[in-house]
Design a protein around this ligand. Structure first.
Ligand SMILES: NC(=O)c1ccc[n+]([C@@H]2O[C@H](COP(=O)([O-])OP(=O)(O)OC[C@H]3O[C@@H](n4cnc5c(N)ncnc54)[C@H](OP(=O)(O)O)[C@@H]3O)[C@@H](O)[C@H]2O)c1
Length: 248
């Protein structure tokens, strides 16, 4: 999608009240898109300005996915909402805490990807799902988080394949951010992993390298949308402070 096409289009962002989703919503609004932001909490939405429409809803609810897809026909869909996993070792999880990211993150990507294919969204639309770098290496203090995020990458790839097979021209992409202390979810995880390693948060954070911020995420997502879709298999990218890098 060209910068000109993005400007004036409707973008729907889940998880837009905080963290990466908020950074992406601000960047998309800055690129001229009308942004519909979905989160359960109404706080701080006013700061996003006139081109922003807040919707208070559960992004993992199939009725919400269907109703908002029908109402807004987004050209850009960014699925950044995610549950904050309980930071505990495996045996201190219950099945309910272990599966929380399946019931929010995977459920969300399944329902919205399905709606995008069924409607279908307009040719040239882009659907971006937030997976995680943890999908590549596990996250032993986060229950089922890493497996859920790996499944999101698969679901996005399956949807890309269905789009290609049906000639729909909808681009499905998964993004795998690195762990960062710059969001609520990431800060909780960093604190837990620092404690596990017996180091302070500052030392653990320093070892992670330059911190990925919501602003980096916003810029990277706009750049991704405006870049032509590469030929080949499903698109998946690692996201760090240095930008996007294709996952081998
Ligand atoms: N931060 C990291 O280090 C990191 C690393 C890799 C991947 N990620 C992924 O990146 C995404 C964004 O993470 P973040 O760090 O920005 O998290 P965050 O700061 O905790 O923000 C999460 C956002 O998701 C929303 N949300 C959560 N559950 C929701 C639901 N059921 N329906 C609608 N909105 C919901 C929250 O708003 P409400 O609570 O108001 O609903 C909030 O806006 C997540 O998918 C996360 O797994 C993060």
């Amino acid at each position: 999608m060209s910068a000109q096409q993005l400007s004036g289009s409707t973008a729907l962002v889940t998880g837009a009240s905080r963290g990466f989703g908020r950074g992406v919503a601000i960047a998309l609004a800055g690129a001229g898109a009308s942004v519909v932001g979905v989160a359960r909490d109404r706080a701080r939405r006013a700061e996003l300005g006139g081109s922003f429409t807040p919707v208070a809803a559960d992004a993992a609810d199939p009725v919400v996915a269907g109703a908002l897809t029908d109402a807004y026909h987004p050209r850009v869909l960014v699925l950044a909402a995610g549950a904050a996993p309980l930071s505990r070792p495996l045996h201190r999880h219950t099945w309910e805490t272990f599966s929380s990211n399946w019931n929010t993150d995977v459920r969300q990507v399944f329902h919205w990807s399905r709606e995008a294919l069924l409607r279908p969204l307009e040719e040239g639309s882009v659907v971006i799902a937030f997976s995680s770098g943890a999908a590549l290496r596990g996250s032993p203090l986060s229950g089922g988080y890493a497996g859920a995020k790996a499944t999101i990458r698969f679901v996005s790839g399956y949807a890309a394949d269905e789009s290609a097979r049906a000639g729909l021209g909808i681009r499905f992409v998964s993004v795998l951010p690195q762990l960062t202390p710059a969001t609520d979810l990431g800060a909780a995880a960093v604190a837990a992993y620092a404690q596990r390693q017996g180091v302070d948060v500052a030392t653990y954070t320093e070892n992670l390298g330059p911190a990925l911020t919501p602003e980096h995420a916003g810029k990277a997502i706009v750049d991704l949308i405006e870049a032509p879709a590469p030929a080949g298999g499903p698109e998946a990218y690692l996201l760090t402070a240095a930008g996007l890098r294709p996952v081998p």
